[in-house]
Ligand binder design. Structure first.
Ligand code: GLY
Length: 404
């Protein structure tokens, strides 16, 4: 009898513990989405009151919001954040706002002079299609894939990132520069193969991923930022634009890599991509030098209290690792790491208080330190991947948000 009662007691304690943990997870989601609602409301209100259509990217040294034109690589993230709010909360108030700031990007579908259209249209139109069933966005998404495909260079087997015939890129002497960030444009191509039933977009994406796997990565799974190819497809130079030095491991670049190869495995089920994603994830987890896991802006940057961190790299990594955790048998360690990242990003060290930070959700990202740009500041893509990571976390945990 005593044994039965003891067993019953232990079972009740375990059940109470599980219920407590579930409640804590639920509170975590509730609080952080409430906070995001407050911040996004402030940000959209400022713009709506101006009577203009504006696209906030960051804040400058004087604390003013920096707005960008629609051909900026970050122009999709503001509408993307509104789509995330719509998806996370189910609140219809976000729908007309998301539509309005998405549709302002209409002409981006024809942009062929850089590779970032996957980010721009993927965050805006594609999320409208995915989250709100906006069928009328389909032609824009398909046209964007066509535009991006014009940048495929068969000799090298890559999508060229930047044009190199003018501007600062020309001064570097590059022929066909490809940056690791380009792995993020592949998801749009994958989606368009699904939408059209034409697998040529997927084939281009996977060819790019294969070439990048071969040339961008070192034996420890860290990556160079830039690889420039010669006309005959051979590698010209491996270097950096945003990292500490050519052979360093720029933090956001490592995040783009693990995110991109996780997508490639999701779409192809080719285990080479899973191995690549896991290799990058393990490298990140081994090389992070901060107690709270939010990386310094470059994994080779000096470890000092003053060295800027990059919350955006943490948010992208968190989102990628949650997806990766669902695709591999060894997923718990990735999920646990991502959960720690999300919790630490959601602490007062990184999460702005409602009403502060000009409506941006996260503080302490670093855009391009070597170029003196956006150092230790909020940036819209940090918020974007943080919101995406929250949603992925909710999906894995089976949590919902209750808007009151
Ligand atoms: N794709 C540009 C950056 O990550 O800064």
């Amino acid at each position: 009898m005593k044994t039965v009662l003891t067993t019953l007691g232990i079972s009740l304690l375990v059940l109470a513990g599980c219920a407590g943990q579930k409640q804590a997870e639920s509170n975590f989601i509730q609080e952080n989405i409430d906070n995001a609602v407050a911040q996004e409301t402030i940000q959209t209100d400022i713009i709506e009151k101006s009577g203009k259509i504006l696209n906030p990217r960051t804040i400058d040294k004087d604390g003013n919001i920096v707005y960008v034109p629609i051909d900026d690589w970050c122009s999709g993230f503001f509408p993307g954040n509104i789509w995330h709010m719509y998806e996370l909360t189910g609140d219809q108030k976000w729908l007309p706002l998301a539509e309005k700031y998405t549709e302002d990007l209409d002409s981006v579908q024809y942009l062929t002079w850089h590779h970032d259209v996957g980010f721009m249209i993927g965050s805006s139109y594609l999320n409208g299609y995915r989250f709100a069933g906006k069928e009328e966005y389909k032609p824009v998404i398909i046209q964007t894939a066509k535009s991006l495909s014009t940048r495929f260079r068969p000799a090298a087997g890559v999508l060229q990132s930047w044009d190199a015939d003018k501007g600062w890129q020309a001064e570097r002497g590059w022929k066909c520069p490809v940056i690791i960030d380009n792995m993020m444009n592949l998801d749009l191509l994958f989606y368009v193969s699904h939408l059209t039933g034409d697998d040529k977009y997927k084939r281009l994406a996977l060819k790019h991923a294969d070439t990048t796997m071969q040339n961008h990565f070192r034996s420890d799974y860290s990556s160079w930022h830039v690889v420039s190819y010669n006309d005959d497809g051979t590698v010209g130079v491996k270097c950096t634009h945003q990292g500490k030095n050519d052979d360093s491991s720029w933090a956001r670049g490592q995040a783009w890599g693990v995110y991109g190869y996780t997508s490639c495995f999701r779409e192809s089920k080719d285990v080479r991509y899973l191995k690549q994603a896991e290799g990058i994830a393990d490298m990140i987890m081994n090389r992070v030098k901060t107690k709270d896991l939010i990386p310094l802006w470059d994994y080779d940057a000096p470890v000092t209290a003053e060295t800027p961190r990059d919350a955006s790299a943490a948010a992208i990594t968190a989102s990628a690792l949650i997806e990766l955790s669902t695709l591999t048998t060894d997923g718990q360690k990735y999920f646990d790491y991502a959960e720690n990242l999300l919790k630490n990003l959601s602490s007062s060290s990184y999460l702005a208080k409602p009403g502060e930070n000009q409506g941006f959700i996260l503080m302490h990202s670093t855009g391009s330190l070597p170029n003196g740009s956006e150092i230790d500041t909020p940036i819209n893509y940090a918020d974007y991947y943080y919101l995406e990571a929250l949603k992925r976390y909710m999906d894995v945990k089976g949590l919902t948000y209750n808007s009151l």
